[in-house]
Design a protein around this ligand. Structure first.
Ligand SMILES: Cc1ncc(COP(=O)(O)O)c(C=O)c1O
Length: 378
């Protein structure tokens, strides 16, 4: 049976994107590659409303997180981290590792930290940066980025860092108009490219902050090292991942064919349909409905379900999902529905879940989830 990759990243890689990865590699100084890389940078600026700079480097999302911390904060700076789960907590580790003073606002998994709590923290202390995960993949909670951005911008000289790893290119993000100073992601999520690229957008204010820091201890992570290459990709700092840049270029072409607004709308529609179908089948979604992500669903099993057995059988039925993290390990599965997936994939996922329920001895009426999904998609 064909296996659909429905974990929260990597996501299915479209044949067109795979073909770019399979092309014969050429010199990174080749004029045609330089032109392609330039076009990728320009497109990323315009699609995400960034009048500052864009960085595309070999690495994963975690490298982009570290790059954010390294380039707009310095040791002893106060940093406010709004953590909605596992990946918010990863930021705490990164900042503490770099000797920043990290204050953390947390809440129950599935909820968000209220805006007035963030405001109270900002009123009480001067912060060099505020950090939030747009969608925490561990909880499926979506932070109100635009509202937090507006709040943060009412405080002078505080950078707003957004981890978009599980959101960017699937949920609307605009760097300039949402008050974002650093937006970061990896290629393997809503862009639908294979893992391997770290992407980062920096506002003009973030670039000014970088300049004010002078020499920083990081080398590969340093904006100053990469900026000349992002302006003129014929220059060398570290070898660019030629085929991955082409893959990203193709992913951007796919986004432009759909339009970025159409892509965001599709993610909303798919998420609502998927979540309604899962609830009809007796599952529960962890995130509060007011803050539910459009890119993945964190699905709590009915009482008595054996997680390992369920996910093993679901994989045999053709759909690969991920397990729950932290307190939800064994109680939940995580289903990605971001990037380049279509109605065929959506229906196949719910049908495979129904077959799996039957094989696990759970109560299920065939077609109930599929019918609900199809009605929601129609
Ligand atoms: C929200 C979020 N942030 C950061 C990361 C880390 O990204 P990577 O695994 O590409 O290093 C992930 C990975 O799943 C994530 O979901």
């Amino acid at each position: 049976m064909k296996k659909l990759l429905m974990i929260p990243g990597p996501t299915p890689v479209d044949r067109r994107i795979q073909d770019e990865m399979g092309r014969e590699t050429i010199a990174f100084g080749d004029a045609s590659f330089v032109a392609d890389f330039k076009e990728v940078i320009a497109q990323l600026k315009s699609l995400f409303d960034c009048s500052g700079e864009v960085f595309v480097v070999s690495g994963s999302g975690t490298l982009a997180m570290e790059m954010a911390a390294a380039n707009v904060t310095k040791p002893e700076d106060n940093v406010l981290i709004i953590s909605h789960g596992y990946f918010g907590d990863r930021f705490v580790e990164i900042f503490e590792h770099k000797k920043r003073n990290a204050d953390v606002l947390r809440c129950e998994w599935g909820e968000i930290v209220p805006l007035d709590e963030i405001k109270a923290a900002l009123d009480a202390k001067k912060y060099a940066a505020v950090v939030v995960t747009h969608v925490d993949t561990a909880t499926g909670v979506m932070a109100p980025v635009a509202e937090i951005g507006k709040l943060v911008k009412s405080y002078d000289d505080t950078m707003f860092i957004v981890d978009g790893v599980c959101a960017t290119a699937g949920i609307e993000e605009k760097v300039d108009s949402m008050g974002i100073d650093i937006l970061l992601t990896g290629s393997q999520k809503a862009f639908g490219v294979a893992p391997g690229l770290a992407l980062l957008w920096a506002s003009k204010a973030a670039m000014a902050r970088r300049e004010s820091l002078g020499v920083i201890p990081e080398y590969y992570c340093d904006f100053d090292k990469w900026l000349p290459i992002m302006h003129d990709p014929s220059k060398y700092f570290a070898t660019p991942p030629v085929n991955m840049i082409w893959a990203l270029q193709e992913s951007i072409a796919i986004i432009n064919e759909e339009t970025i607004e159409g892509r965001y709308a599709r993610h909303i529609k798919n998420a609502k349909a998927m979540q309604a179908a899962l609830e009809t089948l007796g599952f529960r979604i962890l995130a509060n409905p007011d803050y539910r992500a459009y890119t993945l669903s964190n699905v709590i099993y009915p009482e008595g379900t054996d997680d390992a057995q369920f996910r093993k059988i679901l994989a045999e039925e053709g759909v690969q999902v991920a397990g729950g993290l932290g307190p939800y390990a064994g109680k939940m599965f995580r289903l990605g529905h971001m990037g380049n997936i279509d109605d065929h994939d959506m229906v196949s996922v719910i049908a495979a879940i129904e077959r799996t329920m039957k094989r696990c001895g759970m109560e299920v009426e065939f077609g109930k989830g599929v019918g609900c999904l199809m009605n929601a998609l129609a």
